[in-house]
Ligand binder design. Structure first.
Ligand code: PHE
Length: 440
């Protein structure tokens, strides 16, 4: 059904691209706001725990499926099961992907607005006390809708450049720079007068806060941030070379992604307490706190511009990976060429994205933005993660599992056994309990 698939050319390219998918607004925007609304330290502890015991094994499972069956999520399930019984999880992944792409593009559009405002000096000129009103004015107005559309157009242009050239080059170049800038911002935040209070909020768990819904959100955040549960990593793995070392790649992605989320928290929370803001305000939090930070910095306009340009690029490497699920789904199953499938994907995302952008204004009652965010992260991704764990743990030929895990090398049996144990028992049972408890 598929012709020869493109492949990533270098080992670094594989890491840079998959980390590029994982690192993005999920770390810098979503993690701080979720941690903020769910009590800080306790949320973070659960989140790290889920990355370790569910996240890394599920990344391995997706990599194994993708590289063995060299297809998008639906094609992998069909290839591996030899039938259509698992189709529903393929479709769930594809639908989850387009939902995330839609609301994510709205926030990515906000970063574009901030690039412009920062470069023109407008952002840092706004007094901290006025940031809330000015940001609210922006997201309730028409400009944020326009940015959503522009962002998706840029995303389509990169996706049309093809797998190797477009995605790999951008990721290689810019992810390291993003990390350096984030580190610099952390150091600055640690000198703020609210640093102690902020760090206490982020790192000191208050176990009274641990309700089932907080635990569910922490699990959803882990899935979202690692780009797992919807076949994104599976699709990328279909472009892996045969010697890409699966376990090492999975651990690297989990570690880097988590570190960057924590660093984002270290930037945000000291500032939240310094500027007398509330950590619980939700999706708008980071966009009101960051300008206040840059506003008090020497050369703040420059730093703000650099930061938002990089954040924009970080978002782009993530949306490219989400789009890839849908693009490769359409390409594999309808015979449309890459150009057409990309345009179709973009068209659908634009319609839904505009509806999400309007959720902060005229469509506030419907609030598709929040619905898509909640349903994808807290339901679709965990269900998708459960499916792939069960599939690889129980149904996939054990010889395939072993061969893919080893990737042509020797690894200690205890490692493959531990991963298999997580996939068979820990992940599916854990996800099921948390989903049920959290949703009720
Ligand atoms: N992990 C990405 C981020 O943290 C978001 C994402 C989710 C990307 C799902 C692909 C698939 O920004």
């Amino acid at each position: 059904m598929t012709t020869r698939r493109a492949q990533f050319s270098t080992r670094l390219g594989v890491i840079a691209t998959t980390v590029g998918s994982a690192v993005g607004l999920g770390n810098v925007w979503r993690f701080p706001y979720e941690a903020g609304t769910h009590g800080g330290g306790a949320f973070m502890l659960c989140y790290i725990f889920f990355v370790l015991i569910i996240g890394v094994p599920v990344i391995c499972a997706e990599f194994i499926m993708g590289r063995e069956y060299r297809s998008g999520i639906l094609g992998c399930y069909r290839g591996a099961s030899g039938g259509r019984r698992w189709d529903i999880f393929g479709y769930a992944g594809v639908i989850g992907g387009i939902m995330i792409l839609s609301f994510y593009s709205v926030v990515a559009g906000w970063t574009m607005e901030y690039c412009v405002e920062a470069a023109t000096g407008q952002l840092t000129a706004t007094a901290a006390g006025d940031l809330h009103d000015s940001f609210t004015g922006f997201i309730t107005g028409g400009r944020s809708v326009l940015w959503t559309v522009i962002f998706l157009a840029v995303n389509a242009a990169v996706a049309l450049g093809g797998v190797k050239k477009g995605i790999e080059r951008i990721s290689n170049l810019l992810m390291p720079v993003l990390v350096v800038v984030i580190l610099a911002c952390c150091i600055n935040s640690l000198t703020l007068q609210g640093a102690r209070e902020g760090l206490t909020f982020l790192f000191k768990p208050d176990f009274d806060q641990l309700t089932p819904s907080v635990i569910l959100s922490a699990m959803g955040q882990a899935f979202f941030s690692l780009s797992i549960g919807l076949g994104c990593m599976m699709t990328y793995a279909s472009y892996f070379r045969d010697d890409t070392f699966i376990i090492v790649s999975a651990v690297t992605i989990g570690a880097l992604d988590t570190v960057i989320a924590i660093l984002a928290g270290i930037i945000i929370f000291p500032a939240v307490f310094t500027f007398g803001m509330s950590p619980t305000q939700g999706p708008t939090l980071v966009f009101e706190v960051l300008p206040a930070i840059f506003g008090q910095l020497a050369g703040g306009g420059f730093w703000a511009t650099l930061f938002f340009v990089l954040l924009f690029i970080g978002s782009l490497t993530s949306t490219i990976s989400m789009s890839e699920i849908f693009i490769s789904f359409i390409g594999d199953h309808t015979g449309l060429n890459r150009r057409r499938s990309t345009l179709l994907t973009t068209g659908i995302a634009m319609v839904l994205g505009v509806l999400c952008a309007l959720s902060f204004g005229p469509l506030a009652r419907l609030n598709l933005f929040n619905i898509f965010d909640y349903v994808s992260s807290n339901i679709l991704l965990p269900v998708g993660g459960m499916a792939v764990s069960l599939f690889v743990g129980w149904k996939l030929d054990p010889a395939v599992f072993q061969r893919q895990m080893r990737s042509g090398r020797h690894i200690p049996a205890v490692v493959t056994r531990a991963i298999l144990f997580c996939l068979r028992f820990v992940a599916p049972i854990g996800i099921a309990i948390i989903l049920i408890a959290g949703l009720i």
